[in-house]
Design a protein around this ligand. Structure first.
Ligand code: ATP
Length: 362
């Protein structure tokens, strides 16, 4: 089901938890809302689920309003399933019973419900665990039971509120794969909430970066990383240096070197704010030099920052060969991205719903 939010707004006392969110989520999309703690993610999800009533704005499912002025379709009538951090399974029932429950509640016979439940358990690869109690499962397996129960309830939209937050890193990785596979098999529109950018990048069709109750940018993961709209998004996703420079003829002078600059749309001469990612920096030779700090080995890759008085902030670097803290290294910057927001009164490249006009991308 397609889910559309229009100017969705919700305050708690004087605090505006969700502030004018608009977006069209396509049928079958895996839509991730990414933001720091307290930015309003859970409140947004609860508004979509019908667990909160908006102060303003609308939620529509397949074009039919379910929340709006004077309208509130109850959660159980929205065709949505919610998976929270806590799995909310019934401890006294076995796995099959947990999944069969919503089917039986909908009026099917016990036998038919149990049979159908087996099918959903197969979808989440838990066919062999049907007779166990939730207490006899790992966290990841419990999570999968919760997903199967969502499907059993007829959910065509699945809402997930940090479902992997309680899991250890290995299980998290495995569950990411499970959730991606589940999404591919079930094809349900999924709205997934997380504060973990790595998880968001791995799973999303599109990511909405949320801060202070509003969407800062809505885009595919690679687009967010390579073409951030704002400094806040550039700093929230991955590592970056953000430097002021003058652009002339599509290039900028940074620390005495000439760097080609890309931008959304035409890039006028004048001051610009540039984003430099580790992939834009070539280590080993070049016109620039810096002292390495904050060196971390990340399994196959060394990450560090190159510090120099020539830059207002350290430049992030990465290398497949060992980097040594304090070492002075020569390098060149091969590319930079100009932030649209710092370029005067040009219209933004995205409209409020996160659609990118085709002609706006170079
Ligand atoms: N029922 C409520 N009553 C009062 N304030 C609330 C209520 N629910 C949320 N808030 C406040 O609204 C803001 C947004 O909360 P929300 O839970 O949506 O954030 P979040 O991004 O999901 O955070 P986290 O990642 O920590 O769960 C917070 O400041 C929170 O304290």
């Amino acid at each position: 089901m397609a889910v559309s939010l229009t100017d969705l707004t919700k305050s708690f006392a004087a605090h505006r938890a969700v502030d004018g969110v608009s977006v069209d989520i396509a049928d079958g999309e895996f839509f991730v809302v990414l933001g720091p703690s307290g930015c309003g993610k859970s409140t947004l999800l609860r508004l979509v689920a019908g667990l909160e009533i908006p102060d303003r704005g609308e939620v529509a499912v397949d074009g039919v309003p379910v929340s709006g002025p004077g309208l509130h379709v109850p959660p159980e009538k929205r065709g949505m399933g919610v998976v929270f951090q806590s799995y909310a399974l019934w401890p006294h029932m076995d796995v099959r019973g947990n999944v069969a429950f919503p089917i039986e509640s909908a009026g099917r016979s016990r036998r038919a419900a149990r049979q159908e439940a087996e099918g959903h358990l197969a979808t989440v690869a838990l066919g062999d665990f049907a007779d166990r109690r939730p207490a006899e499962l790992s966290g990841g397996q419990r999570q999968r039971v919760a997903l199967a129960r969502c499907l059993a309830g007829g959910a065509r939209t699945v809402l997930m509120d940090e479902p992997l937050a309680n899991l250890d890193p290995h299980l998290r990785g495995a569950m990411e794969a499970e959730i991606a596979a589940f999404h591919a098999r079930a094809g349900a529109t999924t709205i997934f909430i997380t504060h973990d950018q790595r998880e968001a990048m791995a799973l999303a069709t599109r990511v909405a970066v949320m801060a202070r109750g509003a969407f800062q940018q809505v885009a595919a993961p690679q687009e967010l990383y390579e073409r951030p709209e704002t400094e806040e998004v550039a700093r929230f996703i991955g590592r970056a240096a953000i430097l002021d420079a003058r652009v002339e003829g599509g290039a900028a002078r940074i620390g005495g070197a000439t760097v080609p600059v890309t931008a959304r749309g035409a890039l006028p001469d004048g001051p610009a704010r540039l984003v430099i990612r580790p992939g834009d920096v070539r280590l080993g030779d070049g016109p620039l030099s810096g002292r390495l700090s904050h060196v971390f080995y990340r399994g196959g890759v060394w990450e560090a920052f190159a510090e120099s008085d020539a830059f207002a902030e350290p430049v992030p670097v990465a290398s497949a060969t060992r980097l040594v803290p304090g070492e002075e290294m020569r390098f060149s910057i091969t590319a930079a991205w100009a932030l649209p927001s710092a370029r005067g009164s040009e219209p933004p490249g995205h409209d409020a719903r996160g659609q990118v006009p085709a002609e706006a991308v170079e």
